[in-house]
Design a protein. Sequence first.
Length: 225
Amino acid sequence: MLLLRTKRYRRLLAGTATVFFLLATILPVSLHAEAFHGDHPETLLAGHKSGRMFYPRPGHHVKVLPRGHRIVKAGPRSYHFHKGVFYRPGPGGFVVVSAPIGARIHVLPAAAVMLTIGAITYWTYAGVYYQKVTDGYMVVTRPVKPATPDAVIAWEGDQVHVTAALLNVRSGPGREHLVIRQVKQGDLLTVRSSSTDWYYVKLPDNSFGWVMLKYTALVKPKAVG
C-alpha cells in the first residue's frame, strides 16, 4: 500500500512539473507577442489577406533588433530601420521611436502605397509618408489637406459614394488584382489612401480594398449655420 501511494505521489509531482514547464515556456512568448503588437492598428495595404496589421508603438522596447534591419541617418542621429519601424538604442536593447523627419531609406517597405496630392507624389506605409529623393526616399511630414481642396479628388478620411450600379472591390490598385468584394450604387466608402486612378477605401462592412476613382463621387459636407 505504501509503495502504491509513493508511485502515485511521484506521478503527481511529474505532472505538476510538466504543467509549470509549459506555463513558463508558453506564457512569456504570448505576453511578448501581445506587447509587440499592442493595439496600434494600421489599415491593410494591397496584397494582404487580413483586415488589419499591427505595429509596435513608439516607446516599445526590444532586446534584439529584427533580422535584416538597416542603419539610416536623420541629421546627426543614426536609427535602425526595419519594415517601416524605426529604432534607437534604449535601456536593455532598443526602443521604437516615431519616424524621424528627414531620414532617408534606400528601399521602401514592400507594401508602401503611392498617392498623388496636387502635383506632389508620396508613398505611405504604417502611417509614415515618404517622398522620392536622389538617393532613395525621405521621411516627410504628413501632408495637410488644403483649406480649399479639389472639388473632385478625395483625401484621406473623406467619403465617396459609389456611382456605378455594381462596383468591383479589388485587392490592389489595378484590374489585374483579384476581385475580393462588390459594392452597389449609393454605398458610402471612406478613403484611406490613393494611387493613380484608384482609391484605397474602408467599406461599409469595415473591410478594405481598392476601387476605381471614376466610379465614385466625393461626398460634399453639409452646410451648417
